[in-house]
Design a protein around this ligand. Structure first.
Ligand SMILES: CC(C)(COP(=O)(O)OP(=O)(O)OC[C@H]1O[C@@H](n2cnc3c(N)ncnc32)[C@H](O)[C@@H]1OP(=O)(O)O)[C@@H](O)C(=O)NCCC(=O)NCCS
Length: 374
């Protein structure tokens, strides 16, 4: 295949955004606010509001936003029926894609997009409910109630997953993680969502585009692959030896490296701290030390650093979250970024349609099938 400087659009400026700045001395900022300050001091809902409306909410806006999201969690019988048809063997990413797609059929966005904010709030609120309803039905045959008094998405998610009052340390940890994952400029899934929006398609199509693109192991799927890697070792020594062998075999180590960041991922410091705190006293505390051994080996051998996905894996595991939910949690968070980008694209739209450099054969003359022989 012909390699060009633009393969993978590496280094190409593909548009403008005022939503987030990534790398190049900026670290990571959402609308000018440093990711560290947001992850430490805000709720995910405040951040979602910031991304969508361009400014942090005042208390009154925040209360209204929280109660709107709370009111929009419940899903209709038709959607519950659809979810009941999906087998337990399905990947939860496919469940989310199907759920959002169905919502778009029964609660469509208007063709002038005048209800786009309502649709975005609906999608944000319904995603955890879709996942949890399907999970409990497919695995245990339970039609769980989706009602809850929990105010935040993090608390709601953990309550519905474990079906009991959530552990507060876990709620805080998940909240920070949702903030870290919420937005990342022109990453593959966000860019794909913008391409969909640029055709003037509807918000549900843009979000299902994002879900589909996020699922791959080079993007959101890396956190699940990182968990499989970490749990494949029993000790830090074994992990070091195993990683060296994988690198010798030119294997990719999931949860390491980044297209834009070259020295470190600014989100890693927060998620690593969280994973460490959750590991203390946990029966699988060793997973944290195995993760550190992998991190050190990757740095010593390749000068590669962990991205957000690497320590998210053990952090989620310590919260009792099944591995197949790691990428769906990424969806539940990144949907805020996707939706903000859809709005930004629509506000100054031009169809995204680049050109390609043709590398195929020269002109050929056509022979009808009947004259082509056996
Ligand atoms: C994120 C990622 C796709 C960025 O890819 P990219 O900018 O296209 O970089 P490349 O895949 O071309 O990698 C550049 C070099 O670093 C190496 N490299 C990058 N990430 C690596 C990893 N995770 N493990 C081992 N080697 C890696 C590549 O093998 C390549 O080496 P080479 O030049 O000797 O061939 C890549 O780092 C990766 O696949 N990481 C693992 C998946 C992951 O964690 N994704 C989540 C991203 S947030």
């Amino acid at each position: 295949m012909n390699q060009t400087n633009t393969q993978g659009l590496d280094g190409v400026i593909a548009g403008e955004t005022a939503i987030a700045s990534v790398g190049k001395g900026h670290g990571l900022k959402y609308r000018g606010y440093d990711i560290y300050d947001l992850a430490k001091g805000a709720s995910y809902e405040e951040v979602a509001y910031l991304l969508h409306f361009g400014k942090l909410p005042y208390k009154v806006n925040y209360q209204f936003y929280i109660s709107t999201l709370k009111d929009k969690r419940l899903i209709c019988e038709g959607l519950r029926h659809i979810l009941e048809q999906i087998p337990a063997t399905a990947h939860p990413m496919d469940v989310l894609k199907t759920g959002i797609s169905f919502l778009g059929c029964v609660e469509p966005e208007k063709s002038d997009f005048s209800n786009q904010n309502e649709c975005i709030e609906r999608i944000l609120a319904a995603l955890p409910a879709i996942l949890m309803y399907w999970y409990h039905y497919a695995n245990h045959g339970h039609q769980i109630s989706l009602d809850s008094n929990q105010k935040t998405i993090a608390a709601y998610f953990l309550e519905k997953l474990h079906r009991c009052e959530p552990n507060l340390e876990h709620v805080e940890a998940l909240n920070s993680s949702l903030i870290l994952y919420a937005e990342h400029e022109f990453n593959a899934s966000t860019f794909a969502s913008r391409v969909t929006a640029s055709t003037l398609s509807d918000i549900y199509s843009a979000i299902t585009t994002g879900i589909g693109v996020l699922g791959g192991p080079l993007h959101g799927g890396a956190n699940e692959a990182a968990m499989d890697l970490i749990t494949s070792y029993n000790t830090p020594e074994e992990a070091k030896e195993g990683i060296v062998k994988k690198l010798e075999a030119n294997d990719k180590i999931m949860g390491f490296g980044h297209r834009v960041y070259k020295k470190c991922d600014p989100r890693n410091v927060v998620i690593k701290e969280i994973a460490k705190a959750l590991s203390v006293g946990h029966k699988e505390e060793k997973l944290y030390y195995i993760s550190e051994a992998i991190e050190k080996t990757m740095w010593d051998e390749k000068k590669l650093f962990p991205n957000l996905d690497f320590y998210s894996a053990s952090a989620y595991h310590y919260m009792g979250i099944p591995t197949s939910f790691f990428t769906p949690i990424f969806v539940i968070s990144r949907v805020a970024g996707w939706a903000a980008h859809v709005k930004e694209q629509r506000a100054n739209n031009r169809l995204i349609r680049p050109n390609a450099s043709y590398t195929g054969p020269e002109e050929k003359s056509f022979t009808p099938l009947s004259e082509r022989g056996e």
